[in-house]
Design a protein around this ligand. Structure first.
Ligand SMILES: NC(=O)c1ccc[n+]([C@@H]2O[C@H](COP(=O)([O-])OP(=O)(O)OC[C@H]3O[C@@H](n4cnc5c(N)ncnc54)[C@H](OP(=O)(O)O)[C@@H]3O)[C@@H](O)[C@H]2O)c1
Length: 320
């Protein structure tokens, strides 16, 4: 089968199209013919080994996992003898978590992983781009116990996590302010944000507004300024935090007189979460935002674009 393989960390050119062995499903596994995947910010971090800590988990000198890609949409081609949840021919979408491997025509997956039947009203590309931002936004909004009527600010509202966070926060009944640059104001409004702040024209920490939840999806805002903009008992979500922001956030949680809480760390997800996202898509409450679509063969080009850090929503990859 064809796959995009990388055997060393580096620039997008380390991603090479190769023929590799097609996997065979084990007892409890399904074999998915992948029709679409996405290039996410996480894939770029792994390709570059940036931050350095990536090497501690994924290979000190060279990557131990040679096929990137953590989301997919496709159909089940065959199943192991013990599989009960799915049958051959089912169209499914989901998230591989840390096993990766979706930059390929096929991938085996345990049937109890983060997968669900694909919504019938959307394409494979539209389905494939949902799980990365969707599970991240859902994980943190659930952890924040978001309540109807709360004021939520999403910083980086036009990215993969941000576009999902705006829509999910609206679903949970929040009053949502999105922060993005000028070119993305209309996009963020179209996702249901009640207010949009253009960060090139206005600093949200200086306009006197305060929020119950501030969700920083891109790690580009000042933690101390944001803390001043939270209400008492407010929650600061730092989903893209590096080590130093995690330490700063934890310290702030302990010492801040306003009793604020800071949420960071790696997300977790399950089949239940993917099913939940599917129900929102079916109900018309969650839309896929696709900036560009590339073919598998154009993977290096797609990575170079994502690395610029200004994609609108997601980058889909179609696999023929
Ligand atoms: N905790 C976890 O387990 C977890 C899970 C998933 C993702 N993440 C992390 O979350 C981060 C975001 O992921 P993503 O995929 O959503 O990123 P993305 O799609 O690349 O989002 C980029 C967004 O950031 C905005 N941006 C760029 N520079 C900015 C600046 N200086 N000020 C304000 N906004 C700026 C851009 O908007 P404009 O073009 O309008 O500037 C763009 O829409 C990544 O670092 C990823 O590693 C963490």
């Amino acid at each position: 089968m064809k796959a995009i393989v990388y055997t060393q960390y580096g620039s997008p050119e380390v991603l090479k199209l190769k023929d590799v062995e097609k996997p065979i499903p084990k007892h409890n596994e399904i074999l998915i013919r992948i029709r679409a995947t996405a290039v996410n910010s996480g894939d770029v971090r792994l390709r570059k080994a940036d931050p350095f800590a990536v090497r501690l988990f994924f290979g000190l000198f060279k990557p131990k996992t040679n096929i990137l890609g953590s989301v997919f949409s496709g159909e089940i081609e065959s199943i192991g003898s013990g599989v009960q949840r799915f049958k051959v021919g089912d169209e499914v979408f989901g998230h591989t978590d840390m096993s990766f491997g979706t930059y390929a025509a096929y991938k085996c997956f345990p049937e109890n992983g983060s997968i669900a039947l694909k919504p019938t009203t959307i394409s494979h590309q539209e389905a494939a781009v949902i799980p990365f931002g969707g599970t991240t936004a859902l994980h943190f909004l659930k952890k924040a116990s978001i309540q109807k009527g709360q004021k939520v600010l999403v910083f980086g509202a036009s990215g993969a996590v941000g576009t999902a966070a705006v829509q999910l926060a609206k679903h949970f009944g929040a009053i949502v302010t999105g922060v993005c640059s000028t070119t993305n104001v209309d996009l963020v409004k179209s996702l249901g944000a009640d207010k949009v702040i253009d960060y090139t024209k206005e600093d949200f920490t200086k306009n006197g507004e305060t929020y119950d939840v501030i969700f920083d999806t891109v790690n580009k805002m000042s933690i101390s300024d944001s803390l001043q903009t939270l209400k008492i008992y407010g929650i600061l979500i730092l989903s893209a935090a590096g080590f130093s922001e995690m330490v700063q956030g934890t310290w702030a949680s302990i010492t801040n007189s306003n009793k604020i809480k800071v949420l960071t760390g790696m997300i977790r997800h399950s089949a239940e979460d993917i099913n939940f996202l599917k129900t929102l898509i079916d109900a018309g409450q969650l839309k896929s935002v696709i900036d560009r679509t590339y073919s598998l063969e154009q993977m290096a080009e797609a990575h170079a674009y994502v690395e610029k850090g200004h994609k609108k929503g997601n980058i889909a990859i179609e696999i023929h």
